[in-house]
Design a protein around this ligand. Structure first.
Ligand code: AQP
Length: 326
């Protein structure tokens, strides 16, 4: 059995990119692996958060984890800041990583926009992510492919420490899906769909109502030639919509192209609205049942206890290797 770890930031409602790139994999993997899934709230404070909204978002993401099919009997589900080992290991890893390698991270460059007053946590974010992964002796990390660079730096740091202190960490592998690994923004198909983008019509959140979904899809940027064909270079907007259609329906892009031959974007978009709504509405129904239940808090408390038990063992092992503590 392999150990699987991943997480989602509670920075807003989970969108279909998070779902198709990451959460769908979380569910698939839980039947034949030992899975640990976290709501990474400490990552989310690398940019300013309103405490009340953050607390709500943590519970929303937790409820969505369950609503999409994560089963607390199969997977450990918990909130990152409830397990102190993440911050503890992060410091040790920080002392074994280089400012040069962190400066090359594209996510930092994008989010800091070169500002001198960008929070230090935004710069060291990949180290906290490395700590999340290495803390649980993780073999496999299911993520969207925007996280490739972060998986690479995790592997580099783990190898560096293993070489210096002897075998301390398992070297993890990223797991990326073909369809859905990178869902692009609906208003600008050259940048990825994101929870924190200003335009709400740039994304479809799992909790959007059907009117909002319809509006976002009908407004989505396409092109003027009216041919439903996958061509990332020249037709990024329609290619993104084809990707979404295929990932939700399970129909190959080739077959979708054939279905809409000679038919314009309007009809294609209308059908895509139905495909997305049909996939999302059962998730919303589950969410509404779980979100305000006491069971949700019990699941998170139990998950934190189980995660802590694993984390404490790793921290002890790492401290011994480094000669830290008594
Ligand atoms: N557009 C995307 N397509 C496919 N996968 C995606 N993921 C994120 N965006 C896409 C994957 O979702 C998981 C959770 O992401 P995250 O919450 O850790 O943060 P993020 O990658 O920074 O995602 P967002 O939605 O863009 O959040 P904000 O706006 O807060 O930065 C990851 O596995 C990620 O790869």
């Amino acid at each position: 059995m392999k150990r699987v770890f991943s997480g989602v930031q509670p920075t807003g409602n989970i969108h279909i990119g998070n779902y198709l790139g990451a959460l769908k994999q979380f569910v698939e993997l839980q039947d034949s692996n030992e899975c640990i899934y976290c709501i990474v709230d400490m990552h989310s404070i690398t940019v300013p958060q309103d405490p009340k909204i953050l607390r709500k978002n943590i519970l929303d993401v937790a409820a969505l984890y369950l609503a999409v099919g994560l089963d607390p009997k199969k997977s450990i589900i918990f909130v990152q800041s409830d397990v102190p080992g993440h911050a503890e290991l992060s410091w040790i890893l920080m002392c074994n990583s280089y400012t040069g390698e962190l400066s090359r991270m594209t996510q930092f460059k994008q989010k800091s926009k070169g500002s001198e007053s960008a929070p230090t946590g935004l710069f060291t974010y990949p180290i906290l992510m490395a700590a999340d992964i290495l803390l649980y002796d993780t073999d496999v990390v299911p993520v969207g492919n925007d996280q490739k660079q972060h998986i690479e730096i995790t592997r580099d740091i783990a190898e560096r420490i293993n070489n210096k202190y002897g075998k301390t960490f398992i070297i993890p592998d990223g797991r990326f899906l073909k369809a859905g690994a990178r869902i692009m923004s609906l208003d600008d198909p050259t940048s990825k769909m994101s929870k924190s983008a200003e335009n709400i019509h740039s994304r479809i959140s799992l909790l959007d109502d059907s009117n909002k979904i319809k509006k976002s899809i009908m407004k989505a940027t396409t092109d003027s030639d009216g041919i439903v064909r996958f061509d990332i270079e020249n037709k990024p907007g329609i290619s993104n919509l084809l990707n979404i259609y295929s990932a939700f329906s399970g129909i190959s892009i080739n077959d979708i192209e054939k279905k809409y031959e000679g038919i314009g974007y309007g009809e294609f978009k209308k059908d895509l609205v139905s495909v997305v709504n049909d996939s999302i509405s059962p998730i919303q129904k589950n969410f509404n049942e779980i979100r305000n239940s006491k069971e949700l808090l019990d699941i998170l408390r139990d998950g934190a206890e189980r995660a802590n038990a694993i984390s404490e063992k790793t921290i002890k092992r790492v401290k011994d290797k480094f000669g830290l503590g008594l």
